[in-house]
Design a protein around this ligand. Structure first.
Ligand SMILES: [Ca+2]
Length: 542
């Protein structure tokens, strides 16, 4: 394989490097992480108790999915009070304790901010439904069309129309997600003021950053016109077919004001947007220097396994984000998508690919987001229909399985009830663990040098100490099944992540030194690098 000439530097060197620019953040879906009080639901004290685990793993930060009071119509993304803690998860005191223990262990804490919608149980929506003066203006209430149909053709991302009739008023209200999640009207000054108050509430406590849910959706077309096309379930990233729903120009002003607010804090809070747009350059515009710190780069999530495909999925964001002076926030899994070993083909093949993908993800310059359980190599869990909770499953009458399979309680210790997830052996778990879950238990994986967990810990250790991996300037090359990410730091050190994405072994010339490997059969000797299929290696020039 020919190594390409190292071409134009992709990344703009800023005057100041905030802590989050190359951080590895570990996403915690609170319900499924660890249950400290034995009621079967993960909670904040459970997270606090596992801080030593995260410190040993070596991540820089953790991100909590919504920890707020919520009726639970959409796994906590339907919030009824943004300045409090869900009683299932604990108290504000528990949150402060988590923050303090995390900080003492050198970990930062990000929280989820959900500005697009609230719960139907939020006081504002209750007030709107009761017809309080001016209360409906904080949402999108509209009269039906003449034939009684919803005001426009917009579809909910969870299936069905994006409008539900409010019987009392005879008006429809807009919800891009479930009917229990009415969309806020971000043209209303109350909404803007409320969220600034929410941001300050958490940042004042020492919270280190925010992940912004549905970041490109806050403002809608002022006339709420019909979209030229409709939402297609399973579609990754919204495009021209939904031009009136997403990415309205005025939304950038919101993030400019948030940027100014975050800059008032000396601890340099992070901000990362969930910007699901088909157009990468439109996504990157949310990461201009006076807007969000970064935006999730979902290109790899939506790309089929293959060297050429992955090369394009990496090259695109690197180039596009550098044009606005930002670095991508790479994502290979989250609480909404099928887990890597399952997505990559199940069984030994899926696991081998997922191990190789870990080397790729953690080599790329920019932020990396891990989802709890990635480091254990968890596959999707089989959840019986009667136990499923996801509105996607229920709203599609079971046609779409939904996301419960990636939200099953973590296996901590084999041989313990619920694999050590819950403090009480007979706790009814909020989602059942499948047969064989103990085989993935963290405690046992620490004892196996070849485990997923030790692989992740080793990669994170190298990433922390080497200026190359996760930070170095990158160029990408694909040759047959082999993908190479070339890295170089400011001092001229060079290295690379080489991934054989095919099923057959390859031998390739490489005079470097082997630093990390996804498979114990990888070797480098006398200028050759041998990679079984599929596998990956981190190499460094002597
Ligand atoms: Ca609990």
């Amino acid at each position: 394989m020919l190594a390409p000439d190292f071409h134009a530097a992709h990344l703009v060197a800023p005057d100041f490097e905030p802590w989050w620019r190359d951080a590895v953040t570990y996403q915690i879906y609170v319900s499924s992480f660890a249950d400290a009080n034995g009621d079967g639901i993960g909670d904040l004290p459970g997270v606090t108790a596992r801080i030593p685990y995260l410190a040993r793993l070596g991540v820089d930060a953790l991100w909590l999915t919504p920890h707020y009071p919520s009726p639970g119509a959409d796994g906590g993304y339907d919030i009824s009070d943004h300045m409090s803690v869900h009683p299932d998860f604990g108290t504000l005191h528990d949150y402060d304790e988590l923050l303090s223990v995390a900080h003492a262990a050198g970990l930062r804490v990000l929280i989820d901010i959900v500005p697009n919608h609230v719960s139907e149980q939020h006081p504002w929506f209750l007030e709107a439904r009761a017809g309080g003066p001016g209360a409906r203006e904080r949402f999108h209430f509209r009269a039906p069309r003449d034939d009684g149909a919803p005001p426009n053709n917009w579809q909910s991302l969870f299936g069905g129309p994006a409008w539900t009739l409010d019987e009392a008023s005879g008006l429809y209200y807009l919800h891009l997600f479930s009917p229990e999640q009415p969309d806020l009207n971000w043209s209303h000054p109350d909404v803007r003021a409320h969220f600034e108050q929410i941001l300050r509430f958490w940042l004042d406590r020492g919270t280190d950053g925010v992940r912004v849910d549905v970041a490109a959706g806050l403002l809608k077309d002022p006339e709420l016109r019909d979209n030229p096309g409709t939402y297609t379930p399973g579609l990754f990233g919204h495009g021209p077919e939904q031009v009136h729903t997403w990415d309205q120009e005025g939304v950038h002003d919101i993030y400019r004001s948030w940027n100014a607010l975050l800059r008032e804090y000396d601890h340099h809070p992070a901000s990362v947007g969930e910007v699901c747009l088909a157009d990468l350059s439109a996504t990157a515009r949310y990461c201009r220097p006076d807007e969000l710190g970064s935006a999730f780069t979902i290109e790899l999530l939506k790309t089929a396994w293959g060297a050429g495909e992955y090369a394009r999925a990496i090259e695109g964001p690197l180039t596009t984000f550098s044009e606005v002076g930002a670095k991508p926030a790479w994502v290979l899994s989250n609480h909404d998508k099928s887990r890597m070993p399952t997505r990559f083909g199940d069984g030994h093949l899926g696991a081998a690919r997922a191990r190789a993908a870990a080397l790729l993800l953690l080599a790329l310059p920019g932020q990396a987001y891990l989802y709890a359980g990635d480091e254990l190599g968890l596959p999707d869990a089989d959840v019986p229909a009667h136990a499923r909770r996801d509105p996607i499953f229920h709203r599609s009458a079971g046609e779409r399985l939904g996301r419960d399979g990636v939200r099953v309680p973590m296996p901590w210790t084999a041989g313990e009830p619920h694999c050590g997830f819950s403090a009480r052996p007979d706790a009814p778990l909020y989602l059942p663990q499948p047969e064989g879950w103990a085989a993935y238990a963290a405690q046992q994986q620490w004892e196996d040098v070849h485990s997923f967990l030790n692989l992740y810990a080793e990669l994170l250790r190298i990433r922390k100490t080497s200026p190359l991996f996760g930070t170095g300037l990158a160029s990408i090359a694909a040759d047959g099944d082999v993908l190479t990410v070339h890295l170089r730091d400011s001092r001229g050190n060079a290295g690379r992540c080489v991934i054989n994405m095919g099923d057959d072994a390859v031998t390739t010339p490489d005079a470097g030194r082997l630093l990390a490997l996804s498979h114990f059969d990888v070797w480098a000797f006398e200028g050759l690098l041998f990679l079984p299929g599929p596998s990956a290696a981190w190499m460094i020039d002597p």
